[in-house]
Design a binder for this molecule. Structure first.
Ligand SMILES: Cc1cc2nc3c(=O)[nH]c(=O)nc-3n(C[C@H](O)[C@H](O)[C@H](O)COP(=O)(O)OP(=O)(O)OC[C@H]3O[C@@H](n4cnc5c(N)ncnc54)[C@H](O)[C@@H]3O)c2cc1C
Length: 469
């Protein structure tokens, strides 16, 4: 074994880890990244990017099938699952090698292997080539190990028929019937993909609503479109077990006081993730975690042990790549001696269902629950010329304004490009902008962005393209 010394060691090369490494390099810190699988983590390899590639392709097929009202008839839309996968894999390869290149170009070193802390400044790596090496971090160790998928004991993953999202973004064939256990973000995003690619999709959700945590009026728009297209949503339903025989799964579900047996050629279990904080040796150094195992950090991503930092999903919910990015950037800056801290007030969230949902800041429900004095503006997309021209006008932009100050404190959007539209209210919240700052800004016409300004005008009964009831 040889000793090697770095300013910082980053464990995990996902969004939290790779951004930390790039930023550390930019700030002149000698940095080592330890990654046991592939640079890019969940997000690039089988999460955000592959799922969004599939969503785009599936939407294209769907649009082609449903363009008659615009006078366009496309007959016989076929999906070649092998080619689709190859295209998606090409995107993944391009991005992961790009990120690996960026780490190196910024002076970082990547080592493939599994890391474990052996001290507050030392890391032991069991390399993929079978050798072990010990490394020293002079200024800090950043733990960015993410999460792993939760299994349901009565429906164990077999990697083929009963699977997690990791396999579901790489199905070699389009399943005829897909049962999804868990109507959260991942379940509904991938459910949308396979529905549009031709699968019969049945979502089984234990809670009374899908997309738990998102305001009901937004969720209703998505659920309505999903079910109108033939998808089935079973809420307050308990998936009891799934068994596989001859490549076909039999799923036992309890719903509405009755038992139901559903046969499917694929079952996606998407019931959550758990932090990967075990097996790192953290307990031996007294690094504190919550009861689920998330590493506790302060706003500078410091754990309770000096020199040990943590970023990304391993630090808790919401599990979002851009939250991991932000934390990675801040941790790197803190290690490099800069003044930096994380502020989660303007943390957007985007759900790539059909239509998309995007939220930031305070929601209407939260404002009510907390008794906040707010003005709520709502602009329906049916009044947006751009949305009509896109042939996609279901949904709305809702904005929340602090009644006392007139500052923008929240936005919830359901509709086309919601994930892009959320950037403007996010910037407004980050800058503590007043609603007026947005409404006085000229928005290009015709754009969906006009709807954000109109929603804020509506909060003051001054919208120009709808009646201000
Ligand atoms: C299907 C799907 C779709 C998603 N879509 C979105 C989306 O659209 N937008 C969004 O914001 N988020 C999305 N997410 C969530 C997003 O992927 C995560 O929030 C993000 O990847 C978290 O980044 P991270 O760096 O914390 O961890 P990860 O991406 O999990 O990376 C952790 C890395 O650490 C490595 N590692 C773990 N332990 C060790 C060890 N001991 N030694 C060495 N290496 C180790 C792992 O191999 C892994 O590469 C999606 C997730 C899934 C599953």
């Amino acid at each position: 074994m040889t000793d090697k010394s770095y300013d910082a060691i980053v464990i995990g090369g996902g969004p939290g880890g790779y951004i930390a490494a790039i930023r550390l390099g930019q700030l002149g810190q000698k940095t080592l990244v330890v990654e046991r699988e592939s640079i890019g983590g969940v997000c690039l390899n089988w999460g955000c990017i592959p799922s969004k590639a599939l969503i785009h392709a599936a939407s294209l097929a769907d649009h082609a099938r449903h363009a008659e009202s615009m006078g366009i008839t496309v007959s016989d839309v076929k999906v070649d699952a092998t080619k689709l996968q190859a295209w998606k894999e090409g995107i993944v390869k391009r991005l992961t090698s790009g990120v690996g290149g960026l780490i190196k170009a910024n002076g970082g070193t990547v080592v493939n292997g599994t890391a474990k802390l052996t001290g507050a400044h030392t890391v032991l790596v069991e390399k993929t080539d079978g050798k072990s090496e010990s490394y020293v971090a002079r200024k800090g160790i950043i733990i960015a190990t993410g999460t792993s998928v939760v299994q349901i004991p009565s429906m164990p993953f077999d990697g083929k028929t009963i699977v997690s999202a990791k396999e579901a973004v790489s199905f070699p064939e389009i399943p005829k019937t897909l049962v999804i256990i868990g109507g959260g973000i991942i379940g509904m995003e991938l459910g949308g993909v396979y529905q549009k690619l031709g699968s019969k999709v049945i979502v089984v959700e234990a809670l009374p609503r899908i997309l738990n945590g998102v305001d009901e009026d937004l969720v209703n728009v998505v659920e309505k479109r999903f079910t109108a297209a033939g998808g089935e949503v079973l809420t307050s339903a308990k998936a009891k077990s799934a068994k596989v025989k001859d490549g076909i799964a039999t799923v036992e579900v309890e719903h509405g006081g009755k038992s139901r047996t559903i046969e499917a050629d694929k079952v996606l279990v998407a019931v959550g993730f758990k932090p990967r904080s075990q097996d790192l040796g953290l307990q031996e150094f007294g690094v504190k975690t919550d009861e689920r195992g998330h590493i506790l950090v302060d706003e500078q991503l410091r754990t309770n042990v000096q020199g040990i930092y943590a970023v990304g999903d391993v630090t808790g919910v919401p599990y979002l790549a851009h939250r991991a990015y932000k934390q990675g950037e801040v941790a790197a800056e803190v290690i490099a001696g800069k003044k930096a801290a994380c502020d989660y007030r303007a943390m957007p969230s985007a759900i790539f269902t059909d239509p998309e949902i995007a939220t930031v800041g305070v929601s209407e429900t939260e404002a009510k629950e907390k008794g906040l004095a707010v003005k709520v503006g709502k602009f329906p997309l049916v009044a947006s010329g751009r949305a009509l021209a896109l042939n996609d006008h279901t949904g709305f932009v809702k904005t929340i304004v602090d009644a006392a100050t007139g500052q923008v404190i929240g936005a919830q959007i359901v509709g086309p490009e919601a994930s892009e539209l959320i950037a403007e209210p996010t910037l407004a919240i980050e800058m503590c902008a007043y609603a007026e700052d947005v409404t006085l800004t000229v928005h290009a016409h015709p754009t969906l962005g006009e709807s954000v300004a109109e929603s804020l005008r509506h909060a003051f009964k001054e919208a120009l393209h709808i009646l201000n009831k």
